[in-house]
Design a protein around this ligand. Structure first.
Ligand code: GTP
Ligand code: MG
Length: 583
């Protein structure tokens, strides 16, 4: 028989350094000491559970005001804030975090890592709400603990206006990232707008609204996703791998479905393939005030949603971000496939990606794929020398693909030396979107340089007219005044009349000064070697640059560089040369 109930949604907190993520989690944990004592807030391994009753008590009139009717059993907050933890909260096709809180410093708006967090949230399709934090630092702010709705009523007009300016700057920035948002109390349609909740984590301001909106949104939009099968085998994710005194390597796991008991056999991902292990102990933090000689207490069974430490023999190579399941052949196959899928050498040629955990690796691969870059190989750990050799051969086929991305990981000395020697690019950074930006900037500047080089080698189309009354010298070389009708005239190109080459431009002068190039509209004096005025050329003649046959394809490849006049001119010259050749 299958029992199905609704579990607590899993919530993670992301944002830029110093935005106040830790403080916000502290505020949630410390919201009401009284609730804590009554069991309303409990500590898990790596997570904090907030019972629904706490949210109901805190929200007072707000639930009625917004017509929220809460049925979920509570919320489970992941205690480690940051992308690191979030990217490890992964499961096939997404994240096990049901919702995220994006913490933004109200004065600073979207900063580097906020943008990175948004990118990752987007790629995992994880809905989020925004905490516009540190509102207490706005000039004139009157601190009122608890509800932000109440606090807003206490503020003077200038303070409120300043807050709104900042909020709408944020709305604009979020919009440019593809999200519609609005101050929480002005939202009309929750399916279309992301609520922005002003908070002062330091003083616990806005926490009731934050909790309430998280609860309401998870219930409304995640209902299906929150169904659990409490009598089935466990499904979870390794959040962290930790050495514990007397226990050896342990794994901190977030269980999002099913249950796990001491003695169960589990299967998870390791650095060298899957690991099958028998649960020796399930550990929870010892509640405050309970007697005991260490920080954990042992339990027999844990049901989703929960954070738990698992002690078992053989966990030395366990991988952060790996799935954990109750052992079955099917589960083993699936986990093995999942690890393999990430590490797989794809058929296409492309870059190598390495990262510190399976989660961050997957996030990086996703973001690259979003940009149309197919990864050839991905793995956790340091960049070894052999990666450079592999990418050198890829670069020979496509130099923009033969690169290495080192996200949150180190590059071995041998790899660095080899990369320098072989000219293989390694993009290394701890901020995902920085790596992507560096790579994209590099590609752009290389392509620009390539184009520039190409342009300097090919003959540009030009149509020039010999001006009447400006013959300065008749021959050896002929020097005449011309007007550039269309295109660009450069030195060292041959010119033709009616398809026949009459000479070569060996000098261009404008107002008495030698120049390298003359553009359409300019009137200049040109020296033409090999041509004689009166014989090969005359006043009022129209001359065209002679374009070598093999240059036409090159010109075509950069056709975006030309105006429609110039494109027509290229065709005219091509026809002229063809007719001449056929004649
Ligand atoms: N005035 C004020 N200060 C705050 C508020 N929230 C956080 N701070 C302060 O901002 C600083 C950073 O807060 P943290 O919570 O450590 O920020 P964080 O986002 O966890 O930072 P990292 O973990 O380093 O990424 C601390 O000095 C906090 O006391 C707030 O609402 N008001
Ligand atoms: Mg912190």
């Amino acid at each position: 028989m299958i029992f199905m109930t609704m579990r607590k949604p899993i919530i993670t907190v992301l944002g830029h350094v110093d935005a106040g993520k830790t403080r916000l989690l502290d505020a949630i944990r410390g919201t009401t000491v009284a609730e804590k004592e009554a069991g309303g807030i409990t500590q898990h391994i790596g997570a904090t559970e907030v019972q629904i009753q706490v949210i109901k008590n805190l929200s007072r009139g707000l639930l009625e005001k917004y017509k929220f009717d809460l049925m979920i059993p509570g919320l489970l907050f992941i205690d480690t804030p940051g992308h690191e933890a979030f990217t490890n909260l992964r499961r096939r096709g997404g994240s096990i975090a049901d919702l995220a809180v994006l913490v933004v410093d109200v004065h600073k708006g979207l900063q580097e890592q906020t943008i990175e967090a948004i990118e990752i949230l987007k790629s995992y399709k994880c809905p989020f709400i925004v905490a516009a934090n540190k509102v207490d630092t706005i000039r004139g702010w009157i601190t009122e603990k608890g509800s932000i709705t109440d606090a807003l009523e206490k503020q003077n007009r200038e303070t409120l206006e300043f807050l709104d300016t900042k909020i709408y700057e944020l709305v604009g920035q979020l919009h440019s990232k593809g999200f519609n948002s609005e101050r929480f109390d002005r939202i009309k349609d929750f399916t279309k707008e992301i609520p922005i909740i002003p908070t002062a984590a330091k003083h616990g301001v806005g926490i009731p609204e934050l909790l309430m909106f998280l609860a309401a949104l998870s219930q409304k939009y995640l209902e299906k996703k929150l169904e659990v099968h409490t009598e089935e085998g466990c499904k979870g994710t390794v959040l962290e791998v930790r050495e514990e005194k007397g226990l050896g390597k342990t794994i901190d796991v977030i269980v999002y479905d099913g249950k796990i008991s001491v003695g169960d056999e589990i299967i998870l991902g390791g650095k060298n393939g899957t690991i099958r292990a028998k649960v020796r102990a399930l550990l929870e933090p010892r509640p405050f005030g309970e007697k005991g000689n260490d920080k954990f207490r042992s339990v027999q069974e844990v049901k989703a949603t929960a954070g738990v430490k698992i002690a078992a023999p053989g966990l030395d190579d366990a991988l952060s971000g790996s799935p954990v399941r109750e052992y079955s052949e099917k589960a083993e196959k699936e986990i093995s496939e999942e690890i393999h899928r990430i590490k797989i050498d794809s058929d296409s040629i492309g870059p190598i990606v390495r990262s510190n955990t399976l989660g961050s690796l997957e996030a990086m691969i996703k973001l690259l794929q979003d940009r149309g870059i197919k990864v050839m190989k991905a793995d956790v750990g340091e960049i070894p020398r052999k990666d450079v050799l592999e990418m050198e051969s890829v670069a020979q086929k496509d130099r923009f693909k033969g690169v290495i991305f080192a996200f949150h990981t180190t590059v071995s000395e041998a790899a660095e030396t080899e990369a320098r020697k072989r000219n293989v690019k390694i993009f290394q950074n701890d901020v995902i979107y920085r790596i992507l930006e560096d790579y994209e900037n590099w590609v752009k500047s290389e392509k620009d340089a390539e184009k520039k080089k190409k342009l300097s080698f090919i003959v540009m189309p030009a149509k020039i007219k010999v001006l009447r009354g400006f013959v300065f010298r008749h021959s050896n070389p002929a020097i005449v005044g011309v007007r550039i009708e269309i295109g660009k005239l450069r030195k060292e190109v041959e010119v033709m009349k009616k398809g026949k080459v009459v000479g070569k431009i060996i000098g261009i002068q404008s107002e008495g000064k030698a120049i390298e190039e003359a553009k359409a509209g300019m009137e200049v004096a040109v020296s033409i070697s090999g041509a004689a005025v009166g014989k090969d050329i005359s006043e009022n003649d129209e001359l065209y640059t002679y374009i070598p046959k093999k240059h036409f394809a090159e010109l075509e490849s950069i056709s975006g560089e030309f105006s429609s006049d110039e494109l027509e001119l290229i065709e005219e010259i091509r026809n002229m040369e063809q007719e001449k050749a056929e004649a």
